[in-house]
Write a protein that binds this ligand. Structure first.
Ligand SMILES: C[S@@+](CC[C@H](N)C(=O)[O-])C[C@H]1O[C@@H](n2cnc3c(N)ncnc32)[C@H](O)[C@@H]1O
Length: 306
């Protein structure tokens, strides 16, 4: 595998540069190297083009010390996770008093796609979901769209669909605009602040063929209500792609999912049906084929129908 990784590095020098840069960061750097190597070991060359496009975007649009910023962000999240792991509760899940620079937040959202397996697989599963959507045209909304990378995926997979992206953070919407321009997206895409996750007005009801809530629900005080809204806003036959973070601490996480059962229960109590599921544990090591036994920390992904 070492030879294969070396060959991969030859073909993707920006990834190698980042990997080598990790070695300057002591133990955390070694963990990140292990994490990056695992993404390659799990997904092989599929990682290559995604790593190239994300690292190129980051190199163009962030200051040259972006790797330092990424380390600092990873470190802050590790400290938060340690605090949570010592005393798991809704109170230790987030830290509303912490100030996080939005550019560092977005940078980490992007780089984690190519350096951590769970983020890589979330985007991989999202791409598969989009690829399987029926219908040459339709309407899709991504709520909590962050950097806009998922809107780019939607744009690539669903060329003739009407795409709407929502994020409450203005800087995130700016990043999304920059990212979409960088990737040559010229189609008009509505980027807006607020998707009505509670009591949607009539024009939103029964309107969407697909809705994406990627790494959003744990940010909401009332995620079940949001899922009920998703059900109301989907057309008959429509599908939603959702993720739920189980026992993952982050400054802006407010809703604790303690296990897989709580995720399934919430989906069902919102009146949605589970079409398929996927688990992406937070780990830097290779994963067993059956991921459910012993799963304690990571993301629950599901495709839902009404
Ligand atoms: C962890 S990020 C995920 C971003 C993106 N979906 C991804 O996976 O890369 C969560 C995003 O949800 C946004 N957000 C939080 N509450 C929201 C709400 N009520 N409506 C829309 N966006 C929201 C945040 O600003 C942030 O960009």
């Amino acid at each position: 595998m070492e030879q294969e990784l070396d060959d991969f590095f030859q073909r993707h020098p920006q990834y190698k540069n980042a990997y080598d840069r990790f070695s300057q960061e002591g133990r955390l750097g070694r963990l990140l190297q292990c994490s990056a190597a695992t993404v390659y070991e799990m997904h092989g060359e599929e990682l290559g083009p995604i790593a190239d496009e994300i690292l190129k975007f980051v190199a163009v649009h962030y200051p040259p010390d972006f790797m330092e910023t990424y380390f600092a962000r990873v470190n802050a999240l590790r400290e938060l996770q340690k605090r949570f792991d010592k005393n798991p509760s809704s109170k230790t899940l987030g830290d509303p008093s912490a100030h996080v620079e939005r550019s560092a937040y977005d940078l980490a959202l992007l780089l984690s796609i190519v350096f951590t397996n769970h983020r890589f697989e979330i985007m991989q599963q999202l791409r598969a979901f989009l690829g399987n959507l029926a219908g040459a045209t339709g309407a899709i909304a991504a709520v909590g769209a962050g950097t806009g990378y998922e809107i780019k995926l939607i744009h690539d997979e669903l060329p003739n669909w009407i795409i709407e992206g929502y994020d409450t953070d203005q800087e995130a919407r700016n990043t999304a605009t920059t990212l979409l321009r960088h990737f040559g997206v010229t189609r008009r895409i509505l980027l807006s602040e607020e998707f009505p996750l509670k009591a949607p007005p009539p024009k939103f009801r029964n309107h969407y063929d697909a809705i994406v809530l990627c790494e959003l629900l744990e940010h909401l005080a009332h995620p079940r209500e949001a899922l009920e809204t998703v059900r109301e806003c989907l057309q008959p036959g429509g599908r939603a792609f959702v993720t739920m973070a189980i026992n993952i601490a982050q400054e802006d996480h407010v809703f604790l999912y303690p296990d897989i059962v709580s995720c399934r229960r919430q989906v069902k109590s919102a009146g949605l049906m589970i079409v398929s599921e996927w688990l992406t544990p937070h780990t830097i090591y290779q994963l067993p084929s059956d991921r459910e036994p012993g799963f304690s920390k990571g993301n629950y992904l599901a495709i839902l129908s009404r």
